[in-house]
Design a protein around this ligand. Structure first.
Ligand SMILES: Nc1ncnc2c1ncn2[C@@H]1O[C@H](COP(=O)(O)OP(=O)(O)O)[C@@H](O)[C@H]1O
Ligand SMILES: [Mg+2]
Length: 279
């Protein structure tokens, strides 16, 4: 049994770590969503700010898009504030979480009432236009009375005097919950983040991903049989595609093959973490 790849000064370990690192690969679907959100953030202030819900399966790439906005935020003039409902270590209520993500000082946040006039003034002075909420479904998958409270807070945020555009990223459950409320349903434009199809965009994506894993030989992942094999095993889900190709790339490094083959893809599917036991 072998646990490290000694004898090469840790160069192999280093390559494996690099393969594991998250990368961002531009692709048309995410690009369209990003452009729409930027357009929406530039709408002049109006009574009812436009909102958007991006929904897709777990692993479809939602958080990765949110992270792109975190990177772009300053360059765009910092109109975005961010909130992930999955991260709530202090068990704050929804209103407190929002205020915290907007950077509202405690003395304003503690005021009674939904969201005070002073809070609105603060948001305006910071020129925050858009609140991005990841794991948006968490807000809606709660008992009915709490859901109604959250939905009404939601309406409050996008109306006067806050006029914040809310961009939610969540599962289909979020979309279904929103459609149960006529007003919100009208306010929210919904976009689905779909799985890959077997097409030009997917081939391009695989070609770029192949470059990112930096093997010494060409794998030609964009060729038809490779595309089909990866699509078959991943069902087109972004997260699966990344995991399969990365694991296969690591096997390619360790076996010295230095190219992703069909056999290594099958191996990555069956035993994605088995590479430490390889000779
Ligand atoms: N455009 C992209 N380029 C490269 N990797 C991506 C891209 N979009 C998503 N990923 C990767 O796919 C995986 C799942 O994405 P994630 O954003 O966590 O999905 P979700 O939030 O929908 O569950 C992550 O490892 C992420 O880094
Ligand atoms: Mg996510």
């Amino acid at each position: 049994m072998k646990h490290d790849f000694s004898g090469d000064d840790g160069a192999t370990e280093e390559r494996i770590r690099n393969i594991h690192k998250d990368v961002w690969i531009e692709c048309p679907q995410a690009g369209r969503i990003i452009n729409s959100i930027i357009a929406l953030s530039q709408v002049p202030k109006r009574t009812t700010a436009p909102c958007m819900l991006v929904y897709g399966d777990g692993g479809s790439g939602k958080t990765a898009i949110v992270n792109q906005f975190k990177k772009m935020n300053r360059g765009l003039g910092s109109p975005f504030a961010f909130l992930s409902l999955a991260e709530n270590p202090n068990n704050l209520n929804y209103k407190q979480l929002i205020l915290e993500s907007l950077g509202v000082p405690m003395r304003l946040a503690e005021k009674r009432g939904m969201l005070s006039q002073e809070v609105a003034g603060f948001i305006q002075s910071r020129e925050i236009r858009v609140l991005v909420i990841d794991e948006f479904h968490d807000l809606l998958l709660v008992p009915r009375n709490e859901q109604l409270k959250n939905l009404s807070l939601q309406k409050g945020l996008s109306g006067d005097p806050f006029n914040l555009s809310v961009i939610g990223f969540g599962t289909r459950a979020a979309k279904n919950a929103l459609s149960s409320d006529v007003q919100l349903n009208r306010r929210y434009h919904t976009v689905e983040l779909k799985p890959w199809g077997i097409n030009h965009d997917f081939r391009n994506f695989l070609a770029t991903l192949e470059k990112k894993v930096s093997l010494k030989n060409d794998s030609l992942l964009y060729q038809e049989d490779m595309v089909r094999l990866i699509h078959y095993h991943s069902k087109g889900l972004m997260d699966n595609v990344l995991r399969i190709v990365k694991s296969a790339a690591i096997y390619a490094v360790i076996t010295g093959e230095e190219r992703i083959t069909k056999e290594l893809i099958e191996k990555a599917v069956l035993d994605p973490w088995g590479y430490k036991s390889m000779k």
